[in-house]
Design a protein around this ligand. Structure first.
Ligand code: F6R
Length: 609
């Protein structure tokens, strides 16, 4: 989704801004722009397409200045074009914006009546004109900024510069994340810490409805009422190298192969004396979940699939009834909330608008407590939840979530064990058995990755295919959904996941010899049932790709290709069987020549509804 970078320094800022934009590319965008102030005038350059195009243009014509703002735009109002790209300028003000101004049409009509005219179709241009119009009623740009924001309905992360005061950078946030980076004699703003890692690791997180005035020497943050707010400085544990591709061709590939390490990182310090330490979840004690009677999990996309797996684990290990729902649905539903209910959100970014809105709704409902499973320290979800379990997957740059998903699954399993222990719902034997399995997970993950070459070869057979089905049963059903999501989002092959037993209730009509069917079939209690479902598909001519335990008695034939995978404990199967499906999606995308790390129309952090 859109990215913002701003800088004020005693050196030329255009390089900092462009490097920041490059580091935000992973979020998804369709055009980019930069605006600096030098010699009492704006230098403003905008381009469609990649940041590289903008960089080339800046190198050609120059964009000097000690203060500036820059933006990558993911079109909402108006097509991707130079005119609609940010920054938008009104007289001596220039603005970049993430989010959506819902009442922009009404404001636009008022501004037209007051004599303003517009070059773009964007809500952002309306907002910069609105701020400008408020200058008549106020004594400063900061006041005009506040007055304008009071008129706005919707969400925003904003960065503003004023030609008449090139010593101040302004920022505001409501609904879209924004951080301030602190340098020495220079300060920055961005929508994501990753953008600023080459220049600082010290950050201030703007909260909802806060507005900031930033100079080279000072950062002042105000609330809605104009009162100055004391802000905490948070040191990031990421470094600039966290976003290097290393020897890999794509970030996604690197992130798939990083999983033995990322899973190890999720485990480090969490198992102490054969027990999951309470410190795994920030803020809990021995009794936090003792009375928990109901768990509601809410998330989007891949994180939702992690939640679906967790429901099996929570109910089996803790005995607590668990519901899992897509955040965009939950937030508009009148859910019945029992006593002693725990609200769990799952999110890689911690900024997903629907998940955040659901958490805010849950706080109004009668949930006893809220817990976020999140990969980003300092994110909105983390700040607003009672407790947090950090997934510790490290920065994930590829738009398609891979290592964050397996880290979410592992984190959810840790949480299930903590709750099970507190509720005394699990036998000592079962608990120990799972702890032993967890210790083996990183090495097993490495073993699973050795199917890489076989999957690369097998992917060739998907070339030219337009559709694909993924089947799984029980806890592997959400993994089939995740396999299908990965394939469709990066290779653009239409793919659907089904619970294998559901196939004959409709989707089996799609099966013919042009339809590849991927079956996730680890050795578990539902294996025999799954085999019967597979026979139904085989009888209708489907091309079968079966991911099985290497001990399974299954022969390759004209219609069937077996991918034999290492034997593993049943509890780890959802985590480990995800890996070959990620590889399949990756290689199909490479063969189809798509933009693997930034697939079309997608954004890494979905901060609008
Ligand atoms: C798919 C993918 C998305 C995200 C979804 C939620 O590969 O990454 O489906 O899982 O947009 O994002 P987070 O986890 O940041 O809330």
């Amino acid at each position: 989704m859109c990215g913002i970078v701003g800088a004020i320094a005693q050196r030329n800022v255009s390089e900092i801004l462009l490097e920041g934009l490059s580091r935000l590319e992973y979020r998804g965008y369709d055009s980019a722009g930069i605006c600096t102030i030098a010699g009492n005038k704006f230098s403003c350059i905008k381009t469609t397409g990649k940041v590289k195009v903008l960089k080339d243009e800046v190198n050609l014509v120059g964009c000097p200045g000690l203060i500036g703002i820059a933006h990558t735009r993911w079109a909402t109002h108006g097509v991707p074009s130079k005119e609609n790209a940010h920054p938008h300028i009104c007289d001596h003000l220039a603005l970049v914006h993430n989010g959506i101004i819902e009442n922009f049409q009404e404001l636009k009509q008022e501004l037209i009546a007051a004599g303003y005219s517009f070059k773009s179709q964007t809500d952002t241009e309306v907002l910069v004109c609105l701020i400008h119009s408020m200058l008549k009623k106020s004594s400063s740009v900061l006041d005009a900024f506040k007055l304008a924001l009071a008129r706005v309905k919707g969400s925003y992360g904003l960065a503003l510069v004023d030609l008449n005061d090139p010593d101040t950078l302004y920022a505001a946030r409501s609904g879209s994340p924004l951080i301030i980076g602190l340098g020495i004699g220079e300060n920055f703003i961005a929508s994501d810490t990753l953008a600023l890692l080459p220049v600082t690791r010290r950050f201030i997180y703007l909260e909802e409805n806060e507005i900031a005035a930033i100079t080279t020497r000072a950062v002042r943050v105000f609330d809605l009422n104009g009162c100055e707010v004391d802000k905490k400085i948070i040191e990031s544990d990421l470094d600039a190298e966290s976003i290097s591709k290393g020897e890999y061709r794509h970030y996604m590939q690197k992130e798939i192969f990083e999983q033995p390490t990322s899973l190890q990182n999720t485990l480090i310090g969490r198992i102490i004396d054969d027990k999951i330490s309470n410190e795994t979840v920030v803020g809990i004690d021995d009794n936090t979940f003792k009375d928990t009677n109901f768990i509601q999990i809410v998330a989007c996309g891949t994180s939702y699939h992690a939640g679906m797996v967790a429901r099996y684990w929570f109910e089996e290990l803790t005995g607590v009834a668990t519901n899992v729902e897509i955040a965009s649905e939950y937030r508009y539903r009148k859910a019945v909330v029992p006593d002693n209910a725990l609200f769990v959100t799952i999110s890689q970014s911690g900024e997903t608008a629907d998940t955040l809105a659901s958490l805010r709704l849950a706080k109004e409902q009668k949930f006893k407590n809220s817990l976020s499973i999140c990969n980003v320290n300092g994110s909105s979800l983390v700040r607003e939840s009672d407790y947090t379990l950090f997934t510790k997957a490290g920065a994930e740059i590829g738009v398609a979530s891979t290592k964050a998903f397996t880290a979410q699954l592992l984190s959810l399993l840790l949480l299930a064990l903590i709750i099970a222990k507190q509720k005394q719902a699990i036998t000592e034997e079962k608990y120990k058995e799972i702890i032993t399995s967890l210790r083996a997970l990183p090495a097993l993950c490495q073993d699973f990755l050795s199917c890489d070459k076989q999957i690369a070869a097998l992917s060739e057979q998907f070339s030219g295919k337009h559709h694909c089905l993924f089947l799984g049963r029980g806890v592997m059903y959400p993994i089939a959904l995740e396999g299908a999501l990965k394939l469709k989002e990066i290779s653009y092959i239409h793919a659907e996941g089904y619970a294998a037993g559901e196939l004959k209730h409709g989707p089996i009509a799609l099966i013919d010899n042009e339809m590849p069917v991927v079956v996730v079939a680890p050795d578990n209690a539902l294996m025999d049932k799954l085999v019967s479902n597979v026979e139904e598909v085989r009888a209708r001519g489907a091309q079968l790709y079966i991911f099985v335990d290497n001990k399974a008695q299954l022969k390759n034939d004209k219609q069937t290709q077996k991918v034999a995978l290492p034997s593993c404990p049943e509890i780890l199967q959802p985590i480990l069987y995800t890996i070959p499906l990620q590889l399949l999606a990756y290689y199909c995308a490479v063969i189809n020549g798509t933009d693997v790390d930034q697939p079309r129309n997608l954004a890494k952090s979905v901060t609008v509804e």
